[in-house]
Ligand binder design. Structure first.
Ligand code: GDP
Ligand code: MG
Length: 461
């Protein structure tokens, strides 16, 4: 989806005039891309009508306000962006576990959707944020279900509860939740069985467990690779066992993700996380705007910073403090960007992280070969910073820019050419890296201060 949409928007930015024909062509491409990625047909046609209407209205408004020809490209791009965001944003705030009380979460979904894996990932997520977290295995249907959860939990050092002999899932769920509640756990995650399809027995079981443990949030775990079937499946779950949040799994590899969009749209329920791999760390926070921005190849700076903090947190707590401090003070130099790039290189799962950096090629995002391309691209970026002198690294990047007499930037200077040559890259790539560092600095400014999202995030943790 990303590559195709990205291509369509690129075409838009190359067009010399933006007339109805260009807009229609873009819409056609947009719809084709959405259909191809398994978004429900009805939704796509609704979206087309909405974007068209919005473009028309925005153009009229912009012209009225500016009293002249509006910047049509921006208007069209924004309309597409906003409508895509609206698709994955039902406007409902999901439940947020808070420290100091018992928060019970329960996962539902069909067999193989990724419930057990996701429950462990979630447990790790909350435990890292200082919450005492436990896992309860209420799956007595699948042979070996308890062993699987036990293995996952042990690996992740998360306390768990389950039984080899008790066959009533409601009894286990109640006992497990009670035990952890008494021990003053902050977050208790109940994993349930899935069976095969949406069978009535499964729904009855879910309703019974739910009545017994009264979860603060029920999460439907949805496998992205089921494509168009996502719509019917989420509707069936919503009707029988109402849920307040969705986690979409297996968005790594070849899954197209359109099913996720349909699931939100038909159930009006927010996605809270995305599962992007089998590893315990492969869980990404979901928010509509960065998700769409990433999809369109526009990067996801906030996601990137959060990810970098997670890396720093698990590698070296002191470094994490450094980064937080710099962001708070709104300071960010090329050297800081260099450090982050090296951190990223050491992390693995590069294509995923690369998709958060703006200006990275769209074909790198997911799919085969993505990992290698991401790695070689990141390496080139590091070569560029290696070719820089100390004062250049400690700068904000303006040192590489030439200015005219009036003080307007007119391009990169001889230093930039030297760096390109020294690193075996091109001036264009140096420019890209400088732009990225500048965006990071911009994020740092936004992030800093008492009202910045950095401080909001810290308060949350
Ligand atoms: P459950 O039956 O719903 O509990 O599903 P499991 O948690 O047992 O997962 C089924 C399979 O999907 C396992 O092999 C998992 O490793 C795999 N899996 C789960 N989440 C993801 C994901 O986000 N990406 C990938 N690639 N595999 C996943
Ligand atoms: Mg399971």
């Amino acid at each position: 989806l990303g590559a195709r949409l990205h291509g369509a928007l690129n075409q838009l930015s190359r067009a010399s005039v933006v007339d109805d024909r260009v807009i229609d062509a873009l819409l056609k491409e947009l719809c084709a891309a959405l259909l191809e990625s398994d978004v429900n047909v009805k939704l796509v046609s609704q979206l087309r009508t909405k974007v068209k209407a919005k473009v028309k209205k925005s153009l009229e408004e912009a012209e009225k306000a500016a009293g002249r020809e509006a910047n049509k490209k921006n208007v069209v791009q924004k309309a597409v962006f906003d409508e895509l965001v609206a698709l994955v944003d039902p406007g409902v705030e999901p439940y947020k576990p808070v420290k100091g009380k018992t928060n019970v979460l329960m996962a539902v979904g069909i067999q193989g959707a990724g419930k057990t894996t996701t429950c462990t990932k979630l447990a790790v997520h909350y435990a890292r944020r200082g919450m005492k977290t436990g896992l309860v295995c209420a799956d007595t249907f699948r042979a070996g279900a308890f062993d699987q959860l036990k293995q996952n939990a042990t690996k992740a050092k998360i306390p768990f509860y389950g039984s080899y002999t008790e066959t009533d899932p409601v009894a286990i769920a109640s006992l497990g939740v009670e035990k952890f509640r008494k021990e003053r756990f902050d977050v208790i995650i109940v994993d349930t069985s899935g069976r095969h399809k949406q069978e009535s027995e499964l729904f009855e079981e879910m309703v019974a467990i739910s009545a017994a443990v009264r979860p603060d949030m029920t999460i439907m775990v949805l496998d992205a690779s089921i494509g168009q079937a996502a719509e019917a499946q989420s509707r069936a779950f919503k009707d029988s066992a109402d849920f307040g949040a969705i986690i979409v799994t297996k968005l790594d590899g070849h899954a197209k993700g359109g099913g996720a969009i349909s699931a939100v749209a038909v159930t009006k329920t927010p996605i809270i996380f995305l599962g992007t791999g089998e590893h315990l760390n492969d869980l990404e926070k979901f928010s509509p705007e960065p998700f769409i921005s990433k999809l369109l190849g526009m990067g996801d700076m906030q996601g990137l910073v959060e990810h970098m903090q997670d890396i720093a947190r698990s590698n070296d707590p002191d470094k994490q403090k450094d980064l937080a401090k710099k962001l708070e003070q709104g300071k960010f130099t090329i050297r800081d960007w260099k450090d982050q790039l090296s951190n990223i290189m050491s992390m693995g799962s590069l294509s995923k992280i690369a998709s958060m950096i703006p200006g990275m090629p769209a074909n790198m995002l997911g799919g085969e070969g993505g990992e290698e391309e991401a790695s070689s691209k990141l390496k080139r970026m590091i070569y560029i910073t290696d070719a820089m002198r100390q004062d250049e690294l400690d700068s904000d990047g303006l040192i590489f820019v030439s200015f005219d007499k009036a003080g307007n930037p007119i391009g990169l200077n001889r230093r930039a050419k030297r760096v390109a040559k020294g690193s075996g890259t091109s001036v264009r790539e140096v420019e890209e890296l400088l732009a990225q560092a500048r965006m990071m600095a911009g994020m740092a400014k936004q992030a800093g201060g008492a009202n910045g999202w950095m401080s909001a995030m810290q308060k949350m943790q």
